[in-house]
Write a protein that binds this ligand. Structure first.
Ligand code: UD1
Length: 333
């Protein structure tokens, strides 16, 4: 089975390429390097001792996509390629809608033309209405609060409608919770450009001395220690969820959604304390104001993915903190 990975040089895409290649699966990757670089491809090759078949192309370029699909007999696609900075999406909504939606539409058209029926779509827990009761299950209402999350809801809708119209199609939309951690080799990981918004890269960079301190965004929430809780999942667990989904999609047509999370809320203070303990260091931090838009808690209902995919996250918060630091120590940012 040959799998095309869009956004193959990105954070989750690069880990997926490395894992699938390591399993001797046929992998082709495409990326336009808008938020990644060729260095990721070299590192995938180094980790696996193999040469990844790679194309530099924008998914919205129909001719380029047609060329890739003509050159290979693709059986399934994992569609990661997207812009993902929440704050930037608010400032530049048209750029976000153009990129995230048009790339998905071009992909769908090209898949149809070349008779490719299986796609795993990278969706997000940020598509849920955060005011819903916890845990967030696949049936919880969706309501976005920024263009990034809206673009994910819209792509889910497009894929759902495509499945309704074409019964041979098979789509699995995976709603990720908070993806953190890095490859155990320490060679690939999350490399956000500029100052990271997300907590784990910010913590790792602070530990390296790149920031004076971490600001904890509020400690007066109605949670056990007053700081927000989130459902952190290790990127290698997340990758496993995608591989299980490829196998699921090969056997089941139609549109299906699964949460990928651990199913437990971890507070900001617990993340800090665990990072300090497993890595034997002290992290400078102080308590600051709440960040607008943050919900007090978020965690996944995991029963559906467990029952239908057989997926259970295995890596612990300790693994996530250790691998995050292992990667950060060796990286140049
Ligand atoms: C954020 C996005 C979400 C996106 C997800 C991707 C917002 C409001 N939400 O989610 O749409 O899908 O990233 O991973 O931007 N925190 C601090 N100090 C920091 C950074 C974060 O205390 O410097 C806290 C936050 O208040 C939050 C937790 O850490 O409670 C996690 O924050 P973050 O990593 O940004 O993820 P989310 O807010 O869950």
């Amino acid at each position: 089975m040959t799998v095309l990975i869009t956004g193959g040089a990105g954070y989750i895409g690069s880990h997926t390429c490395a894992e699938l290649l390591g399993m001797n699966r046929e992998v082709i990757a495409v990326d336009n390097f808008c938020n990644s670089s060729a260095a990721a491809i070299e590192k995938i090759n180094k980790i696996t001792g193999k040469k990844l078949t790679f194309y530099e192309a924008d998914l919205r370029d129909e001719a380029a996509m047609d060329k890739i699909f003509s050159a290979h007999k693709i059986d399934a696609v994992i569609h990661f390629a997207a812009l993902k900075a929440v704050g930037v999406s608010v400032a530049e909504p048209i750029t976000y809608y153009d990129n995230n939606i048009n790339s998905t539409l071009t992909l769908c058209k090209t898949m149809k033309k070349h008779n490719v029926n299986s796609v795993i779509f990278s969706s997000s827990a940020s598509t849920y209405d955060g005011n819903s009761p916890m845990p967030l299950t696949e049936d919880s209402p969706q309501k976005a609060i920024n263009p990034y999350a809206w673009s994910k809801i819209m792509c889910e809708r497009i894929l759902r409608d495509a499945c309704f119209a074409d019964k041979s199609l098979s789509v699995v939309a995976l709603r990720y919770f908070n993806v953190v951690g890095a490859h155990p080799s320490g060679l690939i990981g999350d490399t956000p450009s500029g100052i990271p918004n997300n907590i784990m890269p910010f913590i790792a960079q602070t530990a390296k001395g790149l920031h004076k301190e971490l600001k904890v965004f509020g400690n007066d929430y109605p949670t056990p220690d007053g700081t927000c809780t989130r459902d952190y999942i290790h990127v290698m667990d997340l990758v496993r969820g995608h591989i299980m989904s490829i196998d699921y999609a090969a056997e089941n047509s139609g549109f299906e959604v699964f949460n990928l999370g651990r199913g437990e809320g971890i507070s900001v203070l617990e993340v800090i304390q665990t990072f300090e303990r497993v890595n034997g260091l002290k992290l400078p931090y102080s308590i600051g104001d709440r960040r607008p838009g943050d919900n007090p808690e978020s965690y996944a209902g995991t029963a559906k993915a467990a029952e239908m995919l057989g997926f259970r996250a295995e890596k612990t918060l300790e693994d996530m903190c250790r691998d995050m630091w292992n990667y950060q120590k060796g990286s140049c940012n």
